[in-house]
Design a protein around this ligand. Structure first.
Ligand code: PPS
Length: 570
């Protein structure tokens, strides 16, 4: 293997069967009960099977799980901080017994591995959250995932690998631990320092990695996570293109980029320990641990989940048995007077230090403002600008909500004409009546059907927004929770503004343009919004328009002014 570092637990696992044996297992697995792996489980299984999670040979059984929660160890005493579990539905677990075999499939139905079922149990998720993440607060992404996304039952057991999960992107940058170890060996790299990241890298990161490599006289492995990171992070396609640009800034032949399909938990200190173990398995001798490593930010009371250097302390406490050396780093700031980066604790009163936060960077990208050379490399910034154009070139959804006859459709039509007059982006109108003819023709007006209708509108609008167009939606959308769902789906993809057309029921009924209110009062139309069905008034709409006060033309004009002030049109 050529390892200059023993893998964790002594042996680098490779759980894949080869050739005929794999084909036979695949054939047999066709008869087994089958579980479709979630995105998180797919990440985990890839790293169990290829040995990145050595010494694990499967999903944790109950004793190991309890020992990991209690003392960050497997039952055999090996240090292991993160519970790697297979969560399944109650219905699926109900038909399983210890000793059964299960086929585990990817999203397309390809059988990745078989599992020999060990323990089946219902975990206490609150206790797990507290033990692993030190918190029960839903603002912690892993706590939220555990309590609201993960299935209720765990199934432990050994895995037999049949086929590695397929990746179609950046194939030349994906390595198993064995492959990376042999690349290091071939290049004669005896010491390698790993840099873990889930963000685009700028000059401060380059400075840290260069210094770390120089300090410990090692080569550098940039080892970014491309599995699952914190919701809202820059997508990995963009990041990898940024890393490829950055790589050209290091002295030749000193540094390498390889992608890690890990599902992060944002678990702070425990996660840092886990990251170190994984990098040891990939053959690294050192790992850089900076400020607030794998930190999830602040809890619902505005308090940091972890101290900025808790992760460094935990790794220090386990330095001997970890057998991969931590290179700790303080935050780097740019000292303008020295025209160089320095660790924040080396800055004196005489230094004029500069920094641009992640939030400030996003603002500058959104508004198309300057991002200085001292902060980042020009090609990295250009790459980020390609994916994050300023608001006036992003997609946008304008979502109207209000009673039947409130004037939504008329204003929406007026707005559409005005936006098309300005030009530059394609505009689609998803009007309530039109959607019900084309997209939701089988639906009625029960709560369930209305929700489905709005979700469909939201889905179409999200695709339009993602692809840079403008979607104007004009349904009644009477339920707050469904409107929130639509907002949460679309907001990460571009602009989202909600407009409450608040024309009163009294006025809508007086106008009764379609004659529906009269029919509803007479009981001839059931479940009619405002008469015999609820309308939940929006509380956080970006605009409220009452058509008693203004004409549709003026309303559309006001919306344009609002869009302009928010930067969505120029
Ligand atoms: S919802 O609740 O958002 O799914 O409704 P939406 O798709 O916007 O459809 C509303 C239009 O359908 C007509 N209509 C009714 N509205 C409310 N309640 C009942 N029971 C009902 N039956 C038919 C009505 O014409 C609505 O059109 P607008 O354009 O809103 O006046």
């Amino acid at each position: 293997m050529g390892a200059f570092k023993e893998p964790h637990g002594g042996e680098l696992k490779n759980l894949y069967l080869q050739g005929n044996a794999a084909a036979a297992e695949k054939q047999a697995a066709g008869e087994y009960p089958s579980w479709d792996l979630t995105e998180r489980q797919l990440c985990d299984i890839e790293l169990i099977l290829n040995g990145a999670f050595s010494p694990l040979e499967g999903f944790l059984n109950r004793d190991d799980y309890a020992a990991v929660l209690d003392g960050m160890r497997l039952v055999n005493g090996v240090l292991w901080p993160m519970p790697i579990t297979l969560d399944v539905s109650e219905a699926f677990a109900a038909d399983l017994s210890s000793g059964d075999k299960v086929a585990l499939r990817d999203l397309e139905g390809v059988i990745i591995a078989t599992l020999e079922v060990g323990d089946i149990w219902t975990p206490d998720k609150e206790a797990e959250a507290k033990a692993v993440y030190g918190s029960n607060d839903d603002k912690h992404p892993a706590v939220h995932y555990l309590k609201h996304v993960a299935h209720p039952v765990y199934v432990g057991g050994k895995l037999t690998g049949i086929e590695a999960p397929m990746h179609y992107d950046f194939k030349h940058l994906r390595d198993t631990p064995a492959e990376l170890r042999s690349r290091f060996k071939k290049l004669g790299w005896r010491k390698v320092v790993a840099f873990q990241t889930r963000n685009p890298m700028h000059r401060a990161h380059q400075e840290i990695t260069l210094r770390a490599a120089r300090d410990v006289e090692a080569n550098l492995l940039i080892h970014p996570v491309v599995g699952m990171t914190k919701p809202g992070d820059v997508d990995h396609y963009t990041r990898v293109r940024c890393y490829e640009h950055l790589l050209t800034q290091y002295p030749e032949q000193t540094s390498m980029l390889s992608l890690l399909p890990l599902a992060m938990r944002m678990g702070g200190p425990r996660e840092a320990l886990w990251h170190a173990i994984i990098r040891k398995n990939y053959g690294c001798t050192h790992i850089i641990i900076g400020r607030d490593h794998a930190g999830p930010g602040q809890d619902s009371k505005g308090k940091d989940f972890y101290g900025p250097y808790d992760a460094q302390e935990l790794l220090q406490a386990h330095a001997d048995e970890l057998d991969i050396t931590m290179v700790p780093f303080r935050m780097m700031v740019y000292a303008e007077n020295r025209a160089q980066y320095i660790p924040i604790d080396e800055a004196t009163d005489a230094d004029q230090t500069l920094n641009i936060s992640g939030t400030e960077l996003r603002r500058r990208l959104q508004e198309g403002l300057d991002i200085p050379e001292w902060f980042s490399f020009a090609d990295v910034v250009a790459e980020l600008r390609r994916t994050h154009p300023p608001r006036d070139r992003q997609g946008l959804t304008v979502f109207f909500t209000g009673l039947s006859g409130s004037g939504k459709s008329t204003i929406a039509n007026a707005l559409m004409s005005k936006l098309m007059e300005i030009g530059g982006r394609h505009v689609s109108l998803l009007d309530g009546d039109v959607v019900r003819k084309n997209l939701s023709s089988e639906l009625g007006f029960s709560k369930e059907h209305r929700d489905l209708n709005i979700r469909r509108i939201g889905y179409v609008a999200s695709e339009i927004t993602k692809n840079g167009g403008i979607a104007i939606c004009a349904p009644i959308a009477p339920y707050a929770a469904t409107r929130r769902h639509v907002r949460e789906t679309i907001a990460p993809l571009g602009g989202f503004i909600e407009i409450h057309v608040s024309t009163s029921l009294e006025e809508c009924e007086k106008r009764d343009r379609k004659g529906l209110y009269a029919l509803a009062r007479a009981g001839k139309i059931k479940e009619f919004t405002g008469i015999s069905d609820p309308y939940e008034t929006p509380e956080n709409a970006e605009m409220v328009i009452d058509t008693i006060d203004i004409s549709p033309d003026l309303a559309a004009h006001r919306i344009l002014v609002k869009l302009e002030s928010m930067g969505f049109i120029r």
